[in-house]
Design a binder for this molecule. Structure first.
Ligand SMILES: Cc1cc2nc3c(=O)[nH]c(=O)nc-3n(C[C@H](O)[C@H](O)[C@H](O)COP(=O)(O)OP(=O)(O)OC[C@H]3O[C@@H](n4cnc5c(N)ncnc54)[C@H](O)[C@@H]3O)c2cc1C
Length: 480
């Protein structure tokens, strides 16, 4: 690794105004985020209702009441329509569309991706079964014969069958047990087949689906939504990152060890302020250092963005993070982002309680560098199995010395009690008691939490139990 001593040359990040206890920031911060969320949720609901309205306008309610083959057909149609709508939202949610990124944040999108994926998959299977049984009853043939006829005789159905097979494979490999056995890269590659699965399933809807062809309005709706989904993928996942990377010309300027098992990568670019990146956010980074550069890895900003400098800090755990240690100054960087909502904008209280485990401490340090607070009003708790592995120690020391940050470590193996986010050395504490001990005036605090998922869930539970409302707990999960 090259070492680097240019901190003095790096401009200080601008500080966000400290929050005075009298200021009612709750309303201001909540409204900005809420508008994005209301916008995203409204779009999803309105389009889903529109799809159901199309189905009803095709005489669905009368068919339902008949209790014969038509009932199966009409149920098959509505399950297919809603599954198609949700599949399109799966694509849109993953397309990094700013509306959804700001409305739900990355954690929210990941949760929705799972939920929408679950429902679209089961509705799609229900659609296949109901339509096959309905048509078989109507034509008085065996369901297997009907299924065979569908695949071979109806336009677009062979493709749809292949698409369904691909979607089944994606769902099966995403089940917890299967996923644990797969390397992340293999799982991710298999997951990309979902796009092909959706693509293959589309033509049969357009060529044979009565509800798609029933009215010009229906046809326009579906074509518009599909065009929008495809366009969003191309624009936000391909064009925007390429254009931004070309425009800002980010390069590695230094690579340093960070703690016993980490690496800090410093980068420089042009007019980086125009990206509007904030402390606490992350980018997906690709370093053009040879074969394998296509594999992007998400890393949070490890220090507050200042001038034309960015830095990331990573715990070395596998190929992607090891590779960071061999980067050379001058290496070009392609990036996607900034993403994430764990920023100072979410803050509504005067004081800050930051709790990070492992690499989770990095975005918290960047937030502490850019947020305003009085000495003693911000507390950082860092946790590692071994304290020598702690990342960003030098930056934390500076914050303690220059800004009056209160800092403590909770290292060691995790305890097995009720509050497993605590180490064994604190097993006699309950998590909520410890939180109230650290922050007796908890009503003045916002908590920022980052680390492994289970650890975060456990800690978030204790923060709620200690009396902190969910709106004051801000999180970013380091896993997908
Ligand atoms: C929003 C976000 C921000 C993150 N910020 C940081 C950070 O600031 N510092 C840090 O050390 N780590 C961070 N991580 C985790 C980091 O991305 C992974 O540790 C890294 O990608 C591991 O890659 P690897 O090839 O070294 O390890 P591998 O052994 O290949 O992977 C280990 C685990 O890392 C995760 N992972 C691997 N590749 C990816 C990928 N391309 N996208 C998402 N997850 C992946 C998977 O859960 C995998 O099981 C962040 C993750 C997310 C989702």
């Amino acid at each position: 690794m090259t070492t680097y001593q240019r901190d003095a040359a790096r401009p200080s990040p601008p500080l966000r105004e400290p929050i005075s206890s009298g200021t009612d920031l709750t309303r201001r911060a909540a409204s900005a985020t809420d508008w994005w969320r209301i916008g995203s949720v409204s779009v999803i609901w309105l389009t889903s209702l529109f799809v159901v309205a199309l189905w009803v306008s095709g005489g669905a309610v009368q068919d339902l009441a008949r209790f014969d083959a038509d009932t199966l057909d009409t149920l098959g149609r509505v399950t297919g329509l809603v599954a198609a709508n949700l599949l399109l939202y799966q694509v849109l949610l993953m397309a990094r569309v700013p509306l959804f990124e700001r409305g739900f944040g990355r954690d929210g999108i990941t949760r929705m991706h799972r939920l929408v994926g679950f429902w679209s998959f089961w509705l799609m299977l229900a659609h296949i079964v109901l339509i096959t049984f309905g048509y078989a009853a109507e034509s008085n043939v065996n369901v297997f014969v009907q299924a065979w006829q569908f695949v071979w005789d109806y336009p677009g159905m062979l493709l749809a069958a292949v698409g369904t097979g691909l979607l089944v494979m994606v769902v099966v490999t995403s089940m917890r047990r299967a996923r644990r056995k797969l390397r992340y890269e293999s799982w991710h590659l298999l997951h990309l087949y979902a796009y092909l699965g959706v693509g293959f399933s589309l033509p049969h809807m357009l060529w044979t689906g009565a509800d798609f062809l029933s009215s010009p309005l229906a046809t326009v709706y579906w074509w518009t939504l599909w065009a929008l989904a495809a366009l969003s993928l191309i624009v936000f996942r391909i064009l925007v990152p390429i254009i931004r990377s070309l425009r800002h010309r980010v390069r590695v300027i230094a690579v340093e060890p960070d703690g016993g098992h980490g690496v800090l990568v410093r980068m420089e670019g042009r007019t980086l302020h125009r990206l509007g990146a904030e402390s606490g956010q992350f980018f997906v980074w690709r370093f053009l250092d040879g074969a394998g550069w296509m594999r992007g890895h998400p890393f949070s900003l490890a220090s507050a963005p200042a001038g034309n400098h960015f830095s990331i800090s990573a715990r070395i755990i596998g190929d992607g993070t090891s590779r960071l240690t061999t980067l050379r100054p001058g290496t070009r960087v392609v990036f996607e982002g900034p993403y994430g909502r764990m920023t100072g904008r979410e803050r509504t209280g005067r004081k800050l309680l930051m709790i990070g485990a492992g690499a989770g401490v990095t975005p918290l340090v960047s937030l502490l560098e850019s947020e305003g607070y009085a000495p003693g009003d911000a507390t950082l708790i860092a946790r590692d199995s071994d304290p020598s592995e702690g990342l960003r120690s030098a930056a934390i020391e500076r914050l303690v010395k220059d800004r009056g940050l209160r800092f403590a470590r909770l290292d060691g193996h995790r305890s097995h009690g009720h509050s497993s986010w605590l180490p064994q050395s604190h097993a006699e504490w309950t998590g909520d008691d410890l939180i109230r001990y650290l922050a007796p005036d908890l009503e003045l605090y916002d908590a920022y939490v980052c680390g492994p998922v289970q650890w975060m869930d456990n800690l978030t539970h204790d923060l709620r139990a200690a009396g902190l409302p969910a709106s004051r707990i801000h999180t970013e999960r380091f896993t997908v």
